[in-house]
Design a binder for this molecule. Structure first.
Ligand SMILES: Nc1nc2c(ncn2[C@@H]2O[C@H](COP(=O)(O)OP(=O)(O)OP(=O)(O)O)[C@@H](O)[C@H]2O)c(=O)[nH]1
Ligand SMILES: [Mg+2]
Length: 210
């Protein structure tokens, strides 16, 4: 396994397609990361950070991403080249009334997550300011109900920059296995990691190296 000082570079990324049904999804030939979380939590923004350019459309208005958007990226870690897919999903939790995940999200997205074995990493983005919402618990339960041995779930707190320093420490203490992200990765305090470390952690999780 590459050690922590091995450098990581994003070599290339491109948009593949937007799908609104299983029939429109591209062939599942590469390992994939699915980015899921409430509307407006920062899924598209985080994909852009990881891939190093604005490839996924983000917006201050909730409900921006309406289809499952597929991207492919190639990264170099030391001497190793890895190509993988990223799936930017529509958010849930926009409706004011509490509904089941399937009602919120529709049959397509639930089926996509359950029936696409190439998804090796489910990245669950949670707003750091609201870490205990019942909808996020429902998502965890939903994922746990079907994931296979070669699939992983990883939580990441977004909008971590909106917390006070004290609240940042408390949240990380409460859930040490979660990752954190901020709007401008270069402003993340070193004790909370770096964009490179995040990229390496996610790549290792995707490849089942954790
Ligand atoms: N302060 C701060 N703002 C963020 C962060 N991540 C995202 N945002 C902002 O949050 C808003 C929503 O970001 P998106 O990336 O579009 O969120 P999304 O989860 O893709 O939203 P939907 O596609 O509607 O589900 C944008 O205005 C982003 O600039 C963060 O870590 N910190
Ligand atoms: Mg989005």
């Amino acid at each position: 396994m590459p050690n922590n000082s091995t450098s990581l570079r994003v070599l290339e990324s491109h948009f593949v397609c937007a799908a609104a049904s299983m029939a429109h999804c591209p062939p599942a030939s590469l390992p994939e990361v699915a980015f899921l979380g409430r509307s407006n939590v920062g899924k598209s923004t985080f994909i852009n950070q990881l891939l190093g350019h604005k490839i996924a459309k983000s917006s201050a208005t909730p409900g921006k991403t309406q289809t499952a958007n597929f991207f492919v990226t190639t990264w170099q870690l030391g001497l190793e080249k890895v190509a993988f897919g990223c799936i930017d999903l529509p958010g849930f939790g926009y409706a004011k009334v509490s509904k089941s995940l399937q009602e919120e999200w529709g049959v397509f997205l639930c089926t996509l997550l359950k029936q696409r074995p190439s998804i090796k990493l489910f990245l669950h983005l949670i707003d750091a300011r609201h870490p205990h919402l019942s909808l996020d618990t429902k998502v965890q339960e939903f994922l746990q109900s079907f994931i296979k041995l070669d699939q992983r779930i990883q939580c990441i707190y977004t909008k971590f920059d909106k917390l006070t320093s004290h609240a940042q420490h408390s949240l990380v203490q409460e859930n040490p296995s979660a990752l954190v992200s901020v709007l401008k990765p270069s402003t993340l305090k070193p004790k909370f990691g770096s964009l490179q470390n995040l990229q390496k952690t996610l790549l290792n999780a995707l490849l089942g190296r954790t």
